[in-house]
Design a protein around this ligand. Structure first.
Ligand code: AHG
Ligand code: MN
Ligand code: MN
Length: 335
């Protein structure tokens, strides 16, 4: 593999990593790649919608203009259904999971969970957004329609997970459980290239990312950790730098490349925090661990949580191992 390796080529060459899947997983990832390119095209013209979209928000074909998160949801759903490689999808945008109840899909082995548009509050202000996905092998026997049990699996069971970041470049970063690789889109030819092979999160991170506006509602362990981040201690690179975009994908992507920690802890008002276990925390935790980092609720490894419901929220702390373990120490000492 070299820097000219395309995502398509990579998937073909890595197919041997999944002897049981007969190419299904590669085809599924290539369906994600296609949906990502289509969503990327829409994200890039998001600012034009008001100009080109006319009053009543209809586009030139007379179709109603859709909010980008609904558009992304439809696009990923459609790609998954048309390729027939998955038997069902659960999406952050939909109340329940969707079963593709036809012969081909019922014979497929995988279910997928998606946050089609992450960071949606940033669309209108031209700031980076993303898509997050998580793939599991079904639990119920092949040949039948999938059920809720196929979706409520702990994160340790993920066979692949990743995200698309629609930033100053568009990238797909994913893992099939053998490290993390990042591919950057060359928009002139519409191809993703292996730009970040075998990503490892630097363990000497000094970035912390949290919505500090919630400070008054944090538990003491988190409050004390934030003060620790702000203290002067030259040998340990403190004070750390604060960076918060408000798109989990973008905040995590930066911290993955540079080393750092992202926190969305529980608060006195929302004890389970904001982020969704199945669509956001599990896939990002899987990537973090595959890159040598760690992800926790503060007291429990994210990937070990047995999900109880599709839209379950959990406190989420993810980043390089040293920084995450330090927060855990503060939480333990103050509980
Ligand atoms: P989504 O757009 O999918 O609903 O996710 C938004 C999430 C996450 O991306 C981000 O880190 C967090 O919400 C920001 O929340 P606050 O605005 O409360 O900081
Ligand atoms: Mn999200
Ligand atoms: Mn979303």
């Amino acid at each position: 593999m070299n820097k000219l390796t395309t995502l398509g080529q990579f998937l073909i060459e890595r197919q041997k990593d999944f002897p049981y899947s007969k190419g299904e997983l590669s085809r599924l990832l290539s369906a994600i790649r296609l949906a990502a390119k289509i969503v990327n095209r829409e994200v890039n013209k998001a600012g034009l919608v008001d100009i080109l979209g006319a009053i009543g928000s209809e586009n030139i074909q007379g179709e109603e203009q859709q909010k980008l998160d609904v558009y992304a949801d439809n696009q990923f759903m459609k790609s998954m259904e048309l390729r027939g490689e998955v038997c069902g999808v659960a999406s952050e945008e939909q109340d329940s999971f969707v079963v593709f109840d036809n012969d081909r899909s019922n014979n497929a082995s995988y279910v997928i969970m998606i946050d089609p548009l992450d960071g949606s509050s940033n669309i209108d202000v031209n700031v980076t957004v993303g898509t997050i996905f998580s793939i599991y092998k079904r639990k119920t026997p092949v040949g039948k329609a999938v059920t809720l049990d196929d979706f409520l699996q702990p994160g340790t069971e993920q066979v692949a997970a990743g995200y698309v970041v629609y930033g100053s470049s568009t990238m797909i970063v994913f893992s099939t459980g053998k490290g993390v690789n990042g591919f950057t889109l060359d928009p002139s030819i519409g191809t993703f290239h292996l730009s970040h092979p075998d990503l490892k999160i630097p363990d000497n991170g000094k970035i912390y990312s949290i919505n500090e506006g919630n400070y008054a509602h944090f538990e003491d362990g988190i409050k004390k950790y934030l003060k620790f981040c702000q203290e002067i201690d030259v040998p340990t690179n403190r004070p750390y730098t604060s960076r918060y975009i408000g798109s989990l994908v973008a905040d995590f992507h930066r911290n993955l490349l540079k080393g750092g920690i992202y926190l969305y802890p529980g608060t006195t008002i929302k004890p389970d925090g904001k982020l969704r276990l199945l669509y956001e925390c599990n896939p990002i935790a899987f990537l973090a661990e595959q890159a040598g980092g760690k992800a926790t609720t503060g007291t429990q490894r994210i990937l070990d949580i047995i999900p109880k419901e599709l839209h379950q929220r959990v406190p989420f702390i993810v980043g390089n191992t040293t920084m995450v373990e330090k927060v855990e120490e503060f939480i333990l000492a103050n509980s």
